[in-house]
Design a protein around this ligand. Sequence first.
Ligand code: GRF
Length: 210
Amino acid sequence: MAQRVAVCISGRGSNLAALLAALGPDAPAEVVLVISNRAAAGGLETARAHGIATHVLADAGDPAEWLAVLSRHRVDLVVLAGFLALVPAGVVRELAGRMINIHPSLLPSFKGLDTHRRALEAGVRVAGCTVHFVSAEMDAGPIIGQAAVPVLPGDTPDGLAARVLQAEHRLYPRMLALVAANKVSTDGPVVRWQDTGNIEINQTNTLLSP
Ligand code: GRF
């Protein structure tokens, strides 16, 4: 049986659209709910167009509201995809190992906001994105997978963001499928891939390069 997934968004929801496009009927995960902290989030329209239930949080900081809606929809896994509010600590605790996030940098570099401008200012030659389990500390949970993209001469923050976003759209569905199929587990701060070695992460990155 597919794991029941809630995707949390705040904006356009291009990662949500990529997940929906990639998860076919035989996928180990099914998106059953889209949660937003903003009624105007464009991704809510995408959800409705797919006939997926939506919930706009009245108070994103209220753990009781979160836990009630997740339980009402019998959600197994929570996927943060451009969700710009803090998930209450009680919800993070309750969903330990069952909540994942995508961050537009190669963590642990460039946690927080404005990652692409900061990456360019630091002069990095390789940028990318990271899918990780959510823990109490922001952008610091165990890393599941990463995709790297080159920084090109003359890159602007917007140009780099667009290139990284394409990699996000390829990485996130694959990592969600691994988590939903119970193929990764956390061992303290490190994620173990159960039927592959860590070397597979590099192979995944190779597959993901344009
Ligand atoms: C993505 O870059 C994601 O990594 C970041 O916010 C952006 C959301 O984009 N956390 P979208 O709403 O999925 O288009």
